[in-house]
Ligand binder design. Structure first.
Ligand code: CU
Length: 148
């Protein structure tokens, strides 16, 4: 009976994935350039599902490297550092915002210009992947997400 369990698990994974995908919603997203070679993306991620999901990495064809970053206060100086994976409990949301967590794009293949669309793939591990397209808005002011 031993081989039965792994086979059963494999069969269940494809069935579970689509439902989890729909549970993760990206809204209020935008991207902006820091300079011609690098930029950042911000958004609110809602977990409308029944299980916690963790954003482990982000990918994009638009840049050579994409990392999750955050800002940390080191002796009164705000530094940008690589962020730990971001866990979002069921029914909660997490904001990637200026001065906080963000998606960092390094080695942009072309500068982020207003009106462009930036395609990102957010990898939530077992919760699945979320594809999103964010508008580039270099003039947007930092502030609370719209509607909150
Ligand atoms: Cu950064």
């Amino acid at each position: 009976m031993k081989p039965l369990l792994p086979a059963l698990c494999l069969a269940l994974i494809p069935l579970a994935a689509p439902a989890q995908d729909a549970a993760l919603v990206v809204r209020d997203g935008y991207a902006r350039a820091a300079n011609p070679r690098s930029g950042a993306a911000f958004m609110v991620i809602e977990n409308r599902g029944t299980e916690a999901c963790t954003l482990s990495s982000v990918a994009s064809d638009a840049a050579e490297r994409v990392e999750l970053h955050t800002h940390r206060d080191e002796g009164g100086v705000m530094r940008m550092v690589k962020a730990d994976p971001i866990r979002i409990p069921a029914g909660e949301w997490h904001e990637l915002a200026r001065g906080g967590d963000h998606v960092m794009l390094m080695g942009l293949k072309q500068p982020l210009a207003d009106g462009d669309q930036l395609a990102l793939t957010l990898d939530f591990g077992p919760c699945g992947r979320v594809e999103t397209r964010l508008p580039v808005d270099n003039g947007r002011m930092p502030g609370p997400a719209a509607g909150h």
